[in-house]
Design a protein around this ligand. Structure first.
Ligand SMILES: *[C@@H]1O[C@H](CO)[C@@H](O)[C@H](O)[C@H]1NC(C)=O
Ligand SMILES: *[C@@H]1O[C@H](CO)[C@@H](O)[C@H](O)[C@H]1NC(C)=O
Ligand SMILES: *[C@@H]1O[C@H](CO)[C@@H](O)[C@H](O)[C@H]1NC(C)=O
Length: 309
């Protein structure tokens, strides 16, 4: 519309515009291949042509969020880096990870995912320099496991001599979980759980898979509840499960974190998410509705876990 007024002045620009619009129409019609020129993300995904994670989350931001991870007292010095995060994400961006809903939602999802990661891998404590929230990605494994996390399993039997303690960015515990993730990522983690503490790309991939995948069929993923893909059922509403960051904790941790009132375990995850929102320039005032899960019932109560394995 506005273009008309200036059309005589810049005919070239107008013809370019027409050309671009023309391509847009073609792209909308042909489901197979979208004609935009951004690379891998434009092959067969509805997220094609949207900004990618590396467009809005750059290396300096990663360094800000995890500023203490390579200090001498950290426990995974030199392990975690921006490039492994980005490389891992290329498998999930075409599914909508960090590419859904426009720039603000995309940045919020990165902050939410990394908020979980940061809180689970933090070695920060009350008096740590830089504050307790500056210490995400300090670990890549559980340091003093109290057991070997091996449970009898027909599908995913433990490999003799191997221990299944927590490893990774959203730590994986137990043989059956290593078995499941390994199968999904096509890496033999049941024989080699140590890969998750040796390969940061793989560690991030395992965490992104967890974020993007429902625990059970017909349940939402953490991604779905966060970006608004999920519509709560009547049961969900009665159980106080509503779209937002709070329910991502329910998906990932159930009643270990949720339905316990204002518990430290819950508040710590929320604090990391909000700290990252601030550092990324989004701001915690955009944390979104339903930030906590203090009153939520778990999707999968832990009493159920022992009978379902
Ligand atoms: C792509 O980005 C636009 C605008 O930034 C957004 O409105 C749209 O929802 C995104 N597409 C998908 C599939 O999320
Ligand atoms: C680390 O894992 C990634 C993703 O699975 C894989 O592509 C890469 O080859 C691995 N790197 C090494 C050194 O094994
Ligand atoms: C709703 O919750 C009730 C009680 O927990 C359960 O019996 C029922 O199967 C649930 N319905 C759905 C659709 O999940």
């Amino acid at each position: 519309m506005a273009a008309k007024k200036v059309s005589s002045a810049i005919p070239m620009a107008i013809s370019m515009l027409v050309f671009v619009l023309g391509v847009g129409v073609v792209a909308a019609k042909s489901k197979k291949e979208k004609l935009c020129t951004k690379g891998w993300e434009c092959k067969a995904s509805v997220y094609c042509c949207n900004q990618t994670i590396s467009d809005l989350f750059q290396v300096y931001q990663f360094e800000n969020l995890f500023s203490k991870r390579n200090t001498p007292v950290a426990h995974a010095v030199g392990f975690w880096d921006y490039q492994s995060f980005i490389t891992a994400s290329t498998a999930y961006q075409p599914q909508g990870f960090g590419t859904t809903g426009g720039k603000q939602m995309q940045m919020k999802e990165v902050a939410a995912f990394l908020g979980h990661v940061g809180s689970k891998t933090s070695c920060g404590y009350g008096v740590a320099t830089g504050g307790p929230l500056a210490w995400g990605l300090c670990y890549n494994r559980e340091l003093s496991p109290s057991k070997s996390y091996c449970e009898d399993s027909y599908v995913y039997p433990c490999t003799p001599g191997v221990e299944y303690y927590g490893r990774g960015a959203l730590p994986v515990y137990w043989n059956y979980n290593y078995g499941t993730v390994g199968k999904e990522l096509k890496v033999d983690l049941l024989s080699h759980p140590e890969y998750l503490e040796q390969n940061a790309t793989l560690a991030f991939q395992a965490a992104m898979w967890r974020w993007m995948t429902p625990i059970k069929k017909k349940q939402p993923s953490a991604h779905d509840v966060f970006v608004g893909n999920w519509k709560p059922t009547k049961n969900d509403t009665l159980a106080k499960r509503l779209p937002g960051f709070g329910t991502t904790m329910n998906v990932l941790y159930g009643d270990l974190v949720c339905g316990q009132g204002s518990a430290d375990s819950m508040n710590n995850i929320i604090s990391h998410y909000q700290y990252y929102l601030d550092l990324m320039g989004v701001g915690r005032e955009l944390s979104g509705d339903n930030l906590d899960c203090a009153e939520q019932q778990a999707f999968n109560p832990s009493a159920e876990k022992s009978s379902s394995s």
